[in-house]
Design a binder for this molecule. Structure first.
Ligand SMILES: [Zn+2]
Length: 184
């Protein structure tokens, strides 16, 4: 998987992982206000009158002006990000599995009015999910091993990309909440 470029708002909030093409477009529109990190990619363009080929150096972290999708900054609940939040561990029995063996469990089941929200969902193995059924952890006698939480934007960006560079990680880590051991 190629390296992605981390897009920030002009105030430094991370909002998206960009392909090199998307990043190049932002540079071409002169929307990149500031950047961090050493050149990630050098893209070559046409040859000018001087006979020299033009190029564009793209940084790994770019803060941009302009609009971004309104929902880009909302940590969307997806199974892959949820499983990463929970270290691919079933929060009932503590076993670690491949993603294909994991499920999204609603702590307060939907049949009892539980919402499909970060603070009401945990990673569960298939066995535990089936055993728990339509019950709450208390009703099923299955206490949770950790409290589910909503990742902040910085944590979400980390969880949404499995190939983060050191300088990007350094930027994100500064604003991690300390609610879990992110280094694990
Ligand atoms: Zn389990």
């Amino acid at each position: 998987m190629p390296d992605r470029i981390m897009r920030l708002t002009k105030s430094g909030l991370p909002i998206a992982w960009l392909s090199r093409e998307c990043a190049a477009t932002l540079y071409a529109r002169e929307q990149v206000l500031w950047s961090l990190g050493d050149t990630l990619i050098r893209m070559h363009g046409g040859t000018g009158r001087s006979g020299r080929q033009s190029f564009l150096d793209i940084a790994p972290i770019v803060a941009c002006s302009g609009d971004h999708p309104a929902d880009a900054a909302v940590p969307h609940l997806t199974n892959s990000v949820l499983f990463r939040r929970d270290h691919h561990m079933c929060l009932y029995c503590g076993t670690v599995h491949q993603p294909a063996m994991l499920t999204r469990d609603h702590v307060v089941p939907r049949v009892q009015g539980g919402r499909d929200h970060w603070t009401n969902v945990v990673t569960a193995c298939r066995g535990c999910n089936q055993h728990k059924g339509g019950l709450t952890p208390e009703q099923a006698g299955m206490p949770l091993l950790a409290v589910p939480f909503k990742p902040n934007l910085f944590e979400f960006m980390y969880l949404a990309n499995r190939h983060i560079r050191g300088d990007q990680m350094e930027y994100l880590r500064r604003r991690f909440s300390g609610r879990r051991d992110w280094a694990a």
